[in-house]
Ligand binder design. Sequence first.
Ligand SMILES: NC(=O)c1ccc[n+]([C@@H]2O[C@H](COP(=O)([O-])OP(=O)(O)OC[C@H]3O[C@@H](n4cnc5c(N)ncnc54)[C@H](OP(=O)(O)O)[C@@H]3O)[C@@H](O)[C@H]2O)c1
Length: 249
Amino acid sequence: MKDKNIIITGCTSGIGKKLALELDLMNANLILIARDEHKLKNMCESMKNKKKHIRIILNLEDVESIAFNCEALPRRIDGFVHAAGVESVLPINNITYKRFDKIMRLHLYSFMEITKKIVSSKRKGNAFNTSVVLLSSVAANNGGIGQTMYSASKAALEATIKTLSKELRSKKIRLNAIRPGLVDTEMTERWMKRIGISSKTELNDLQLSGVAKVEEITSLIRFLLSDNSKHIVATCIPIDGGGFVGKMG
Ligand SMILES: NC(=O)c1ccc[n+]([C@@H]2O[C@H](COP(=O)([O-])OP(=O)(O)OC[C@H]3O[C@@H](n4cnc5c(N)ncnc54)[C@H](OP(=O)(O)O)[C@@H]3O)[C@@H](O)[C@H]2O)c1
């Protein structure tokens, strides 16, 4: 990862944050996209190479401003991890176009805008490979009750992988997604409250191998970013500890 230019969204919490801290230790050059300047600054304080990382403050729901705000991206991008995301548990009567649009903007449209910037700055003759890793979810094909918007937005995100991998092959841009189950992050804590799970023991019982630690997810992402995974293309890898044990509705 040394000196590779890697974009990370969702880098101020959970999976994205852990990944950013790990890649910093591996001497990658990071382009950190976050909506909360204060949180990003605090996180960067603990980094070994904080001075060399680029910080972009951006609410990814504001899709129209992404192209402008990403002007500072280096021309060479070796990796892009789209980890920004938000959970959603709502019954159908509470689903509105506005709420649906917000989650689609964050999960799908922002990813497309950033990818467009990467593509437009890369020439066909460029020798370096670019690996794009998307954070999907088991919910993309088997969401629980109330996860309709979340599931649909992740499924739409996954659907881009095959088409874009074909289209961008000539530019050596490779796309894959991962599908985590339950991971020990703030998102999962909020989700537990929403659906009424009160303890970590109860949470662990929901997944065959228990809840995953963030580092168990980031090690797969780092592998997918590296050229060691060059034969893994246009796919979606489940990392869900064997799946749910039937209590998920
Ligand atoms: N945790 C799980 O069990 C699990 C399972 C399957 C898939 N995933 C997926 O994995 C990814 C990471 O999840 P996580 O558990 O690490 O979540 P998390 O701890 O809640 O972190 C989410 C990140 O996304 C950022 N974000 C949210 N809305 C944003 C916006 N409008 N603009 C810019 N950034 C925004 C957050 O910024 P702030 O810090 O400012 O809030 C935060 O950095 C998500 O895409 C999620 O859907 C998670």
